[in-house]
Design a protein around this ligand. Structure first.
Ligand SMILES: [Zn+2]
Length: 378
């Protein structure tokens, strides 16, 4: 029997959380404040978006209508996703005060507004205090969802004002099994997808459905294989081509953005378009980083595979589809060299988190990894 796809399907391995949220939507008892707690990678943000979709969608949480697809891309005007700015914390004046003002404005399109605050544990006490009253009593039709690593990591005054939804850690083997079951992927494909997405099941499921993301994976793996033979020019060219591939899915998003701005300007005039432009720019930067993060995760898992192979732990290999190339490296690489390579990936991740130009960060990583592969015995 064919069952209809819906946004709830995207919440994988978290049935109690999913059922709790679905019941709230179906019984029309969506509350004003939620605290989603669980370790990174358990799909809290995906669940928050699904919850917003299910509440706002006119077609029974379809996941594909205009509203749903914009919510999934973080570009629906009534569903805002925030993350800490500044020195890795929420800014009182730059973020929380504007948010408190915004909450009191009417929704632009939907009947219900959502505010999703990622990493809400990175909210200082004074910022949390300023936010308390709003969180306790937002205007009707507003839901605030805070995402945090644990209940204890959030100021108690904040946590006690929310309904708590728990997300549990899924073991790598059940993550793989769930992914195979949900997507019909082979064990090999599921493991590779999880390696590329840092073990986040919901993202791994999206990865398997995206031909361009799988193509980007194939490209970085072939670069890693050929890297020792590259000269400087080859590295720079490979990096440029790789980033074109990573950013290819953004073209679709850009086209959708242009259409949204046109619509907003027709309804709200130039100012409506301006607000959207700021949000779109943020969305594109975040998307670009997501794509590059995937490249870094794949590089990391490849180097780790070479290391475990060199130690004779073949059963721990994740990228089994490129075993031959890795075995050649594993035959000669020392643990010290492999660790230097892994260090280069961490450094790239750190640079990107500090807003260093993405291309420069990936280039530097490839140069460092090339050095390791050229002298793997040192
Ligand atoms: Zn929908």
């Amino acid at each position: 029997m064919m069952t209809r796809k819906c946004v709830w399907d995207g919440i994988i391995g978290q049935n109690p959380a999913r059922d709790f949220l679905r019941t709230a939507v179906q019984s029309r008892t969506v509350s004003h404040g939620y605290l989603f707690v669980g370790p990174a990678g358990t799909g809290k943000k995906t669940a928050a978006r699904a919850f917003a979709c299910a509440t706002i969608c006119d077609d029974d949480a379809c996941g594909t209508c205009r509203a749903c697809s914009r919510i999934k891309r973080d570009s629906h005007p009534d569903v805002q996703v925030l993350a800490p700015q500044g020195a890795a914390s929420y800014l009182l004046d730059g973020q929380i005060r504007p948010l408190i003002r915004d909450i009191h404005l009417k929704p632009l399109e939907a009947r219900h507004k959502f505010y999703i605050l990622d990493q809400a544990d990175l909210m200082g006490d004074s910022t949390a205090n300023a936010f308390l009253k709003t969180l306790e009593e937002p205007p009707p039709g507003v839901t605030i969802i805070l995402l945090a690593a644990s209940y204890e990591s959030v100021p108690p005054t904040i946590a006690s004002r929310c309904l708590v939804v728990r997300f549990r850690q899924v073991s790598p083997s059940s993550a793989q099994a769930l992914l195979e079951q949900r997507t019909g992927a082979s064990p090999q494909e599921a493991t590779a997808a999880l390696a590329a997405t840092g073990g986040v099941i919901s993202r791994a499921a999206e990865f398997l459905q995206s031909s361009s993301r799988r193509e980007a994976r194939a490209r970085i793996l072939s670069i890693l294989k050929d890297l020792p033979a590259y000269d400087e020019f080859d590295v720079l060219r490979a990096c440029r081509e790789l980033l074109v591939l990573v950013n290819a899915p953004l073209e679709e998003t850009k086209a959708a953005h242009a259409q949204e701005i046109k619509n907003a300007e027709e309804i709200f005039g130039k100012s409506g378009g301006k607000t959207l432009q700021v949000r779109h720019k943020r969305e594109l930067t975040a998307r670009e980083r997501e794509g590059v993060t995937e490249i870094l995760s794949i590089t990391e898992s490849w180097l780790r595979d070479c290391l475990v192979l060199s130690l004779g732990l073949d059963e721990l290999v994740l990228n089994t589809d490129v075993l031959d190339a890795m075995q050649e490296v594993a035959a000669v690489i020392t643990p010290q060299a492999a660790n230097r390579g892994l260090g280069a990936v961490s450094e790239a991740r750190r640079r990107i988190s500090y807003n260093v130009n993405v291309q420069l960060a990936v280039e530097a990583m490839l140069f460092d990894v090339r050095e390791v592969l050229v002298c793997p015995r040192q």
